[in-house]
Ligand binder design. Structure first.
Ligand code: URA
Length: 236
């Protein structure tokens, strides 16, 4: 494995910051300074940072959280709002949110220290489906609106791909989309004349939000992580 990746997996720094650490001469292999972040290493290479031996790549973890309203899904917020990382108290590994939910959207968000998995789950080419429940204005939602959402609607950054759309109540829509554009569901609902009043993500790929309480988290089982990996395997 490349040295910078090894350092990142060991939790020492992000991939980019790890490259800087190596170039700065702070990393040694069996006591010898290396400055090439691409150097091939493994657990027998004696990798140390600032003279302190690093444990091997840490175990991969994936958490599901039920993001409450007002919590941001970036790792930090200049405005000082609480972040989703704060929902997983007691976890010392560096976690990354898998994609984003708007601050005013609630529901299922994944956090992981597996950068590769996070990348694949959010990369448009894998088209991992996400399902949202939207309470909307101007009920009832009619057949024409549903048909338009299914077919794809014109947004300012281009038409949306076909979506699955069904009406759960006169003012509640369930939408499954295979893209992750900014405020996409809100803009799609706007486009068909039903502005969103509240929005929750209830499914991400093979995973359901289920009965996870707002603000709560749980660690995914190995079988669940495997299902997530398989959701990105077809186009690998
Ligand atoms: N679509 C939105 O409009 N907002 C989200 O947070 C997620 C999807």
């Amino acid at each position: 494995m490349r040295l910078a990746k090894y350092l990142a997996h060991a939790g020492a720094a992000s991939r980019r910051a790890a490259e800087d650490l190596v170039r700065a001469g702070r990393v040694t292999l069996d006591g010898e300074v290396v400055r090439d972040p691409a150097r091939d290493v493994d657990e027998g290479s004696g990798v140390a940072l600032d003279g302190v031996a690093l444990a091997g790549p840490e175990a991969r973890v994936v958490y599901a959280v039920n993001k409450p309203e007002g919590v941001v899904s970036t790792a930090s917020d200049p405005g000082g709002r609480p972040t989703v990382l704060g929902l997983v108290a007691g976890e010392s590994r560096r976690l990354y949110p898998v994609g984003r939910l708007d601050a005013d959207t609630t529901g299922l968000l994944l956090l992981t220290n597996d950068g590769e998995l996070a990348h694949r789950l959010t990369h448009p080419s894998f088209e991992v489906p996400r399902t949202y429940r939207a309470r909307v204005a101007r009920p009832p939602v009619g057949e024409a609106a549903l048909r338009a959402l299914r077919r794809g609607v014109e947004l300012e950054d281009g038409p949306t791909a076909p979506a699955e759309a069904r009406r759960l109540a006169p003012d509640v829509l369930e939408l499954t989309i295979h893209e992750g554009r900014k405020r996409q569901v809100r803009r799609m609902c706007d486009a068909v004349g039903h502005p969103v009043r509240s929005l929750a993500r209830v499914r991400f790929g093979p995973l359901e939000l289920g009965d996870l309480a707002p603000g709560a988290h749980r660690r995914l089982t190995g079988a669940e992580v495997e299902r997530l990996r398989r959701a990105t395997a077809s186009r690998a």
